[in-house]
Design a protein around this ligand. Structure first.
Ligand code: BES
Ligand code: MN
Ligand code: ZN
Length: 498
């Protein structure tokens, strides 16, 4: 079902919904709407109920409270927000997710949470965070469940102050959440149903009517374009590779941004085969491409004024009699040669061609997203993406966008002194470094194909997937990067030369 999100000026007493969600601050200070519900009950009953259920008003705490006869909604979901002065977008987003989780059996909910935001918090940003939380926290993937129970929630009313701008922020949140959900869906699909051909077709379908042009290169076309990295990794699979380019050109574009995403639909490791446990989640290895395509699909709807072009190579990395061997040499799009010593370091091989094509288009800046290294997870854990880049201003622009979007990223270096780890005995480069700093040597490898202009790389190996529900994240594919990319594209300005 699709859920509609509407801003309304009403009160809890008039909200005709199944569930009403109201805020309570630290030390059980009643927030907007909660006071009205308390007034509708016998004196002291509301507070007694909260005390009895151990509810103090800390962020993340929730309690279900009966409302009594004066209010149409029979039950109130009381949501702890902590001290009002300390309220953040993150707390609101997580509160929204808590509403969605509690509301799966309700068809309609209303919430007064937006009015809990202090004046210091930007109202549109607060509305966006709250609605993104509701829309994403309720995400479900039921395609393969024969008895899956889909959420019944179709109507969400945001009760509170605000005009057309706040409604626009709410609409924006719903659009972004829809893109994130598309990315989650395709990440969650088994590799068997998302071959490169099928993934490319899904991208094209997603972008129909989205004001972009989609070009899909097949193997013959990739040969003509000399995409040696994509063809080399793809040659071991019965499923042929594809290369998808999506172009968004608004009238009088004010800048030109290029997006690149790793689209390995399944990473077995190839002949350098992964152990079984390491393969379990490797259908997620196209999470970078999924995020990039999802973002492209909503640029027009969000009114982005910069030109944006995306480059997403799609391959399956498999071992077979036709697979690339350790020791083989590939000639990449930009004519550099690469000795492939480990076929499991495949992401950088396909990204090399994609980055080369992006560089040739002469954008003002490039960002790539890739589930690139286990080493990045060792460094930053599974919730924070590693950010590397060649231009400080560009890296900062990405950090700011990610911060606003609520997606954690952290900078990592690209140390020139590690470059020699990538020297090959027989070719220009080899595709693996030494035992340590694997996220950095992977980044340095990409740098060799990223040109001289502003480029940044986001290693999303960790956050592309969640191993448990957590706020707006639901166990499985997260769609990490979509929110940052749309934020980045919306506010894009060409970074100054480094
Ligand atoms: N797709 C993996 C990286 C990955 C690992 C993502 C775990 C998410 C979770 C990538 O293709 C890979 O296999 N990288 C190797 C590189 C190594 C062979 C230099 C790795 O990280 O072990
Ligand atoms: Mn791999
Ligand atoms: Zn991979």
């Amino acid at each position: 079902v699709t859920t509609t999100f509407t801003l309304r000026a009403g009160t809890v007493a008039r909200a005709n919904v199944d569930l009403i969600a109201v805020p309570v601050f630290a030390d059980r200070v009643l927030g907007p709407g909660a006071d009205a519900i308390a007034d509708g009950l016998k004196r002291g009953e509301f507070d007694k109920f909260l005390v009895g259920s151990g509810f103090e008003g800390k962020p993340g705490q929730t309690a279900l409270v009966p409302t009594g006869a004066l209010i149409p909604a029979p039950v109130a979901l009381v949501i702890g927000l902590g001290a009002q002065a300390d309220l953040t977008l993150k707390i609101l987003r997580r509160a929204g997710a808590a509403i969605a989780r509690a509301a799966k059996k309700s068809t309609s909910v209303a919430t007064t949470l937006l009015d809990a935001a202090p004046e210091s918090l930007n109202r549109e940003a607060a509305a966006q965070a709250l609605v993104e939380g509701i829309a994403l926290g309720g995400y479900q993937f039921l395609d393969w469940k024969s008895k899956g129970e889909a959420s019944k929630l179709t109507r969400v009313e945001v009760l509170g102050r605000g005009g057309a701008k706040v409604q626009t922020a709410i609409d924006r949140a719903a659009t972004v959440a829809d893109a994130v959900s598309w990315a989650r869906d395709i990440v969650n699909q088994p590799a068997a149903v998302k071959s490169p051909v099928a993934f490319a077709a899904a991208a094209k379908k997603r972008c129909a009517g989205a004001g972009v042009t989609v070009t899909i290169l097949d193997v013959a076309e990739m040969k003509k374009e000399r995409l040696g990295g994509v063809l080399g990794v793809g040659q071991g699979s019965a499923q042929p590779p594809r290369f998808v380019k999506i172009t968004y050109t608004p009238p009088r574009a004010k800048g030109f941004l290029a997006l690149v995403g790793k689209g390995v639909v399944f990473d077995s490791g190839g002949l350098s085969l992964k152990p079984p446990g390491g393969m379990e989640t490797m259908k997620t290895d196209m999470g970078g491409a999924a995020a990039v395509i999802a973002a492209m699909s909503v640029l027009k709807k969000l009114g982005v004024t910069s030109k944006v072009v995306s480059y997403t190579p799609m391959v399956e990395n498999m071992p077979s009699g036709t697979a690339i061997r350790p020791g083989d040499v590939l000639t990449m799009r930009n004519k550099k040669t690469v000795e492939v010593l480990n076929t499991d370091a495949e992401g950088r091989l396909i990204l090399a061609d994609a980055l080369s094509l992006a560089v040739e288009a002469k954008p003002d800046a490039i960002i790539d997203l890739a589930t690139l290294t286990g080493a990045c997870m060792v460094a930053l854990g599974d919730k924070i993406a590693g950010l590397m880049g060649t231009n400080e201003a560009w890296v900062q622009q990405i950090r700011d966008a990610a911060e606003r979007a609520g997606e954690p990223v952290w900078p990592l270096p690209l140390p020139a002194e590690y470059e020699k780890q990538l020297e090959s005995e027989i070719a220009d480069l080899k595709n693996i470094g030494g035992s340590y700093g694997g996220a950095l040597t992977a980044g340095l490898f990409l740098k060799a194909f990223a040109g001289e202009g502003a480029w940044a790389h986001l290693d999303i190996a960790g956050p592309a997937r969640a191993n448990a529900d957590d706020g707006e994240l639901v166990k499985g594919g997260t769609g990490f990067g979509v929110r940052t990319l749309v934020e980045l594209a919306t506010n894009f300005t060409a970074p100054k030369k480094a």
